[in-house]
Design a protein around this ligand. Structure first.
Ligand code: GDP
Length: 313
């Protein structure tokens, strides 16, 4: 079975998340090998279009050294409190991207705090070390101080730091020495983020977010935390009030690169997938076994507020 690492990215806006994720996709050469999405991808000098593409897809997956790395975007703003928690619940570790010039910003404090509370192991990426007069060491110390003030455990405070320039396409252990590419970062992910755990038992998958396709309608996205999901099989939806609704997981998609690929194989626990054809579902529901449905703990779901809508736009 393929090993999986689910990592959430936390970054203040403009600190380089999009550029770094694009680099990761380039590093594993996903663009050129996959015909379907190949045409969407451009060279470094056409960053604007690349930016648009990555921003549009919330989940990105890469395969590196026989391991599948699911990269989960986190909303940057604390108004998305409920969503932050749901999304972080899918992660096995977290990548905190910090600008070497600006250091950590207060807006990411809330998300980082939630990640630490959930016991996630952080990796810190000090980005933009190519900027003149930047202070990568000070940025790194500030991150340490911030985590300390957020009651990080000793293990969390022992986080690895990777330095580099997403823009120039390198990440290494030392900012004074330019590396060849970003493989160091990917190696640090494999080494420090625990593999997604496989749990035997009846199916449990919490619906964490919704996707929408004008062709197929609403799509339920989430992580399978127990058992396996068999495409085409009957399931039960366990609602927040613990009532159950019978449904069918008609089609199941896995995240590959920037897109989704339909699978006919049973999807194991630990994997994040998108389910089509379910009826009557909401965020927070558990997709469970058809005959022995067992819901996960109810989770906070916020109704959208005006400020959320404003931020989203
Ligand atoms: P996001 O908002 O976190 O997704 O940030 P982007 O990836 O869109 O980057 C914001 C801006 O910073 C863009 O203009 C990037 O070209 C630039 N940028 C990203 N990484 C680096 C870097 O390593 N060095 C420098 N100098 N600029 C960078």
């Amino acid at each position: 079975m393929t090993e999986i690492r689910n990592i959430a990215i936390i970054a203040h806006v403009d600190h380089g998340k999009t550029t770094l994720v694009d680099r990761m996709l380039h590093q594993v050469k996903l663009f050129r090998e996959n015909q379907d999405i190949g045409e969407l991808i451009l060279d470094n000098n056409d960053l604007e279009r690349e930016r648009g593409i990555t921003i549009l897809s919330k989940n990105v997956s890469i395969r590196y050294k026989e391991t599948k790395i699911n990269i989960i975007d986190t909303p940057g703003h604390s108004d998305f409190g409920g969503e932050v928690e749901r999304v972080l619940n899918m992660a096995d570790g977290v990548l905190l991207i910090v600008d070497a010039f600006e250091g950590p910003m207060p807006q990411t404090r809330f998300v980082l705090q939630k990640a630490l509370e959930l016991g996630l192991k952080p990796i810190v990426v000090v980005n933009k070390v190519d900027k003149p007069n930047c202070t990568p060491d000070i940025a790194q110390e500030k991150v340490f101080d911030l985590m300390f003030s957020l009651d990080a455990t000793e293990e969390q405070l022992d986080f690895p730091t990777v330095y580099g320039s997403a823009k120039a396409g390198w990440m290494g252990p030392d900012w004074k020495e330019e590396a060849q590419d970003i493989s160091h970062l990917l190696d640090v992910i494999l080494e420090h983020i625990p593999p997604a755990s496989h749990k035997e038992g009846t199916l449990q998958m919490r619906i964490t977010s919704l996707d929408y396709s004008s062709y197929t309608g609403r799509i339920a996205v989430g992580k399978i935390t127990r058992g396996q999901l068999i495409p085409g099989s009957p399931v039960s939806l366990v609602k927040r009030d613990r009532s159950t609704v019978k449904s069918v997981a008609k089609e199941v998609y896995l995240f590959e690169g920037l897109g989704k690929e339909k699978t006919k194989e049973p999807v194991p626990s630990g994997e994040i997938c998108a389910v089509l054809g379910l009826e009557g579902f909401d965020i927070g529901d558990t997709i469970a076994d058809a005959l022995e449905p067992e819901g996960l703990e109810p989770i906070r779901v916020d109704e959208p507020t005006m400020s959320m809508l404003f931020v989203a736009n």
